[in-house]
Design a protein around this ligand. Structure first.
Ligand code: AOS
Ligand code: ZN
Ligand code: ZN
Ligand code: ZN
Length: 424
């Protein structure tokens, strides 16, 4: 299914008056409103193909119905999101879950929805049918060079698929690590991982990037070979200019100061981008902004500050992506909520009075510094984000329209009750 522009216009007309009142109210106090709106309009967040179906946990999985069963249908789903919010203009694929049979056709289909291909994701955390060697004890770190070779070859394969689709980055997330003390020699595991990554890196086209994702724990519970930003940055620095550290918000030990990590990575020119999600405990992969919206704002505050200093393009300078899993909500509605939360945090960060903040910092005026940040955070910017959507031809209320159109019911009619998205 496709959502026609006329449907969106009709929906917007019904909400226009109310929206205008809210927008006039909030924007009357903002000097650089047009600049903010323009930045919000350009800012795109990629949708991962694996978030389009229900994920489940190791205890069970409850089918979501009408889920995309093919790569074409996944693209169709992201197309629906993009039509509703004009902010989800890219999809991130996972190999082997999304192997394109005909790259040209897939590319053309994505273009017809206004979508690009963000980072490609490799998978050496599961064994695939017919695979010669098992990843039970790791992949790029493995003690057996044959396993490492197989895992390297898979990543090179993923790069090739990405080239055919016009992607420009490879994200490597490894489950590699150990669950018991003594199981692994940390240094050898790290060295093996580095050597394997070097081989993969050597196969990157000149205009490609390698994103090295870190994760504190899970599925291994004693050590993870790329466990934190230090270990990722160490690898990225040794690999070269095309390698960067990817921050998944759910991959830190409790209470980590993620905004500080982001700030320093940006300063070093080594921030790859994000896997946005939220969590109460660890890698919960909940809807962005659902648990700690203030943290999300503080991260964006560092991003806006650092990007302005470094002159990085807010819209395209980083790999902005969601990484989420859904057990309860309709994945599409959930993704609309995530994108909205991310844009709200961005809009709030753009409101921060940076000159005043700098001044307060120089004077060690802690009270004022906090007031300045919270002034921005406590501003209800929803009408600003909605206005940016309106100007881009998207819906004033994407979730409202998604529900009013009964999109899921139509997808079930097209795809059936028990369709199951490929993925975790
Ligand atoms: C796993 O915990 C990581 O977040 C990965 O980024 C991702 O979820 C996985 O690669 C999906 O394929
Ligand atoms: Zn991730
Ligand atoms: Zn994760
Ligand atoms: Zn996650």
């Amino acid at each position: 299914m496709k959502i026609e522009k006329s449907i969106i216009d009709q929906h917007n007309q019904g909400l226009q008056e109310r929206h205008q009142r809210a927008f006039d109210f909030v924007s009357s106090d903002v000097d650089n409103i047009d600049d903010i709106l323009e930045k919000l309009q350009r800012f795109q967040i990629a949708i991962p193909s694996w978030a389009l179906g229900t994920g489940g946990t190791r205890f069970g999985r409850f089918s979501g119905q009408g889920e995309p069963g093919s790569l074409e249908q996944k693209i169709e789903d992201v197309g629906l999101l993009h039509a509703l919010n004009q902010s989800s203009g890219a999809i991130s694929l996972h190999i082997p879950w999304d192997i394109p049979q005909n790259a040209e056709e897939i590319k053309a289909l994505a273009t017809s929805y206004g979508l690009k291909f963000d980072a490609m994701n490799s998978n050496t955390f599961q064994d695939q049918a017919g695979q010669a060697y098992s990843y039970k004890f790791g992949s790029l770190q493995h003690v057996d060079p044959n396993v490492r070779k197989q895992a390297v070859a898979h990543n090179i394969e993923v790069i090739k698929h990405g080239i055919a689709l016009g992607s420009k980055a490879l994200t490597v997330w490894l489950a590699d690590g150990s669950s018991f003390p003594g199981q692994l020699n940390f240094r050898e595991a790290f060295q093996n991982t580095l050597e394997s990554l070097k081989e993969i890196y050597a196969h990157l086209p000149a205009d490609w990037k390698l994103f090295v994702e870190y994760k504190a724990f899970e599925p291994n519970f004693y050590s993870t070979t790329i466990a934190d930003w230090g270990q990722s940055l160490l690898l990225a620095n040794k690999l070269g200019d095309k390698a960067y550290t990817l921050v998944d918000l759910g991959h830190h030990l409790p209470n980590a100061n993620i905004e500080q990590i982001v700030s320093l990575l940006l300063m070093e020119g080594k921030l790859a981008g994000f896997h946005f999600n939220d969590s109460k405990y660890a890698d919960d992969d909940l809807t962005a902004g659902a648990i700690r919206p203030y943290q999300l704002f503080l991260i964006f505050n560092e991003l806006v500050d650092g990007m302005d200093v470094r002159g990085i393009d807010h819209a395209t300078g980083l790999g902005w992506m969601i990484d989420a899993s859904h057990n309860l909500k309709d994945p599409l509605a959930d993704l609309l909520q995530s994108v909205e939360a991310i844009k709200i945090a961005y809009a709030q960060a753009l409101l921060v009075d940076r000159t005043a903040l700098k001044e307060a910092q120089q004077q060690n005026d802690v009270v004022r510094a906090q007031e300045i940040l919270q002034q921005a955070y406590r501003t209800d910017v929803r009408a600003i984000v909605a206005e940016s959507r309106l100007r881009s031809g998207a819906a004033l209320d994407p979730i409202g329209l998604f529900r009013a159109l009964d999109v899921r019911k139509k997808l079930i009619a097209e795809r059936g009750m028990n369709s199951v998205a490929t993925g975790l």
